[in-house]
Design a protein around this ligand. Structure first.
Ligand code: ZN
Length: 93
């Protein structure tokens, strides 16, 4: 079995698992049943998880057009660390 990628013009990309050599030039979209054309891609690259693909897209977009910060981001509140009992008697600086 191999995973083949197809692209529906209305629903986008989807994958179909078929025996090797059995993939046609088009299949019916599982969502709308319209003809979806096969997408040729390098082996294994088509299985990039969507979240990783989205992160890579954001990184590429950020490299081209980085987000502009109009003000200095606020400081995070520093939580007071618990004071060790032995340090409580030391003079404050
Ligand atoms: Zn479709």
């Amino acid at each position: 079995m191999a995973t083949y990628e197809y692209r529906c013009p209305h629903d986008g990309d989807f994958e179909v698992r078929l025996p090797l050599g059995q993939a046609g030039a088009s299949v019916n979209c599982p969502e709308c049943q319209r003809q979806a054309a096969r997408v040729w891609s390098a082996p294994l690259l088509a299985r990039t998880p969507r979240a990783l693909g989205a992160a890579l897209d954001r990184a590429a977009q950020s490299a081209e057009t980085p987000e502009v910060v109009s003000r200095i981001p606020g400081r995070r509140a520093v939580s007071a660390a618990p004071v060790h009992p032995a340090r409580a008697r030391l003079p404050r600086l």
